[in-house]
Design a binder for this molecule. Structure first.
Ligand code: 0WD
Length: 256
């Protein structure tokens, strides 16, 4: 018995066992959710299939979806609709920027780099919300993953910080649009966690050290903590919460 028994939940953006999305999938599975996975690269699919087999998680469906491609989104959600019928939750746990843009000065951001980060990291949530809306016939919950770089200047985060700011604003606008259908939209703002995506950010170790030193809890967070907070936002326990950004960062964001 779990909080998510009988609920169909989509998890987007697992690249490997370190992915935040994988921590989220484990938390959702522990509460009885029926999981649907989307992946972009074939290599991610192979890793995901292996992880699922090792953990004894039997997915309802695993389908390819490149969020930068409208046809891919349409095909993926078409298949999800055909095979699952109703969807109750979506976890959007993906972002992309050219590694060259994640260092140096923001003022040097290229037009292409800016647009790529915005469309894969922020617009993708809008496109996913639009695609899943007709499948959320019983109401639902959409949760994305953001970072403090949206609110404050974090060295090297640059173009991704600006994309996360757009993502957080999109959470609020989507929450207003979809609230009338009983669909909630929220974000989790996770502290730094060593993943494939984090490898692209210069000076990532310094960020981890700063959190350990300054955060109220004097430590970093892990994927299971982000997973449980995301599970809360997917579940009915958070039924009165929408348009919110929940920090899961050992309290780091409150410290000056
Ligand atoms: O410190 C961190 N790691 C933090 C991450 C702190 C706070 C927030 N986040 C956010 C990230 O910005 C992202 O939104 O959490 C989310 C997940 O990030 P992650 O778990 O750190 O990243 P990773 O394990 O590298 O997975 C990212 C995945 C990609 O892997 P592949 O190798 O298949 O491209 O993002 C997905 C993809 O699965 N992704 C896409 N998926 C579909 N279409 C696309 C795309 N266009 N671009 C990236």
């Amino acid at each position: 018995s779990g909080l998510l028994n009988g609920q169909n939940v989509i998890v987007m953006g697992i690249a490997n066992e370190r992915s935040i999305g994988w921590g989220i999938a484990k938390s959702l599975h522990a509460q009885g959710a029926r999981l649907i996975f989307t992946y972009r690269k074939d290599r991610s699919y192979e890793k995901l299939a292996k992880l699922l087999a090792e953990s004894g998680i039997d997915p309802l469906l695993t389908v390819q979806c490149d969020v930068s491609d409208d046809a891919s989104i349409e095909a993926a959600f078409g298949r999800i609709g055909a095979e699952a019928g109703v969807v109750h939750g979506v976890v959007h746990s993906l972002a992309f920027a050219d590694k060259d843009e994640l260092g140096g000065e923001y003022v040097d951001t290229s037009r292409e780099g800016y647009l790529l980060a915005q469309e894969s990291s922020a617009f993708s949530l809008v496109a996913v919300a639009k695609a899943v809306k007709p499948l959320m016939t019983e109401g639902g919950s959409i949760v994305t993953q953001t970072y403090l770089g949206a609110e404050r200047v974090m060295r090297n985060y640059n173009v991704m910080g600006v994309a996360k700011a757009a993502l957080e604003a999109s959470v609020r606008y989507l929450a207003e649009d979809l609230g009338k259908y009983g669909i909630r939209v929220n974000a989790v703002s996770a502290g730094p966690i060593r993943t494939l995506a984090a490898k692209g950010v210069s000076g990532f170790n310094d960020i981890l050290n700063a959190v350990e030193e300054k955060a109220p809890l004097r430590r970093n967070v892990d994927q299971s903590e982000v997973g449980d907070a995301t599970m809360f936002l997917i579940s009915g326990l958070s039924r009165g919460v929408t348009g919110e950004v929940l920090h899961v960062d050992a309290g780091f964001h409150i410290i000056a």
